[in-house]
Design a protein around this ligand. Structure first.
Ligand code: HEM
Length: 139
């Protein structure tokens, strides 16, 4: 009995340590289906963007779509796992500039506008992506 109580006590302590997951941004983006539409919209916008489209011409675009959906889902607090390469690894050798980064963000914003995502929710996602800038540009 004592062992059982100890076991329960440890179990509860472990639960309490795990911070409650805030998935409000994930929900604001329309969960997995909405995030998929946003990512696909962004990639379509990029396809028509003469500033950066050359970077995306010889790659596996379906893989990129899938990894981006996973990553946005994780960053938004959703129940996903990112299985792609690190940001540094996947942008190495592309010599991306701050302008390239801004262009991609614009395409993402346009895709979110098209999905009717509120500006505060858009800004929350952009704030989650901003710290990755240094891992992506000048590599
Ligand atoms: C915060 C900004 C960015 C994020 C979060 C991001 C995210 C990602 C992710 C998740 C991948 C897939 C990694 C994998 O395949 O395992 C990827 C690959 C790629 N990214 Fe980005 N990216 C960003 C900025 C950019 C910019 C600015 C460009 C170019 C204008 C770019 C071009 C690419 C290309 C071409 C690939 C494919 C590389 C390959 O398959 O060889 N990314 N990115």
């Amino acid at each position: 009995m004592r062992a059982l109580i100890l076991l329960l006590a440890f179990g509860l302590a472990a639960c309490a340590q795990r911070a409650p997951q805030d998935d409000s941004l994930y929900r604001a983006l329309g969960e997995r289906a909405g995030i998929t539409r946003i990512v696909e919209g962004m990639l379509l916008n990029i396809a028509g963007d003469a500033r950066i489209v050359r970077h995306f011409q010889d790659i596996d675009i379906e893989r990129l779509r899938d990894k981006l959906v996973e990553q946005v889902c994780v960053e938004a607090g959703g129940p996903c796992t990112y299985t792609g390469d690190s940001m540094e690894e996947s942008h190495k050798g592309q010599q991306l500039t701050p302008s390239d980064f801004n262009a991609l963000v614009e395409n993402l914003q346009d895709a979110m506008d098209a999905e009717g995502i509120s500006v505060p929710a858009q800004n929350r996602l952009l704030a989650r992506l901003a710290p990755m800038r240094g891992e992506v540009i000048d590599r």
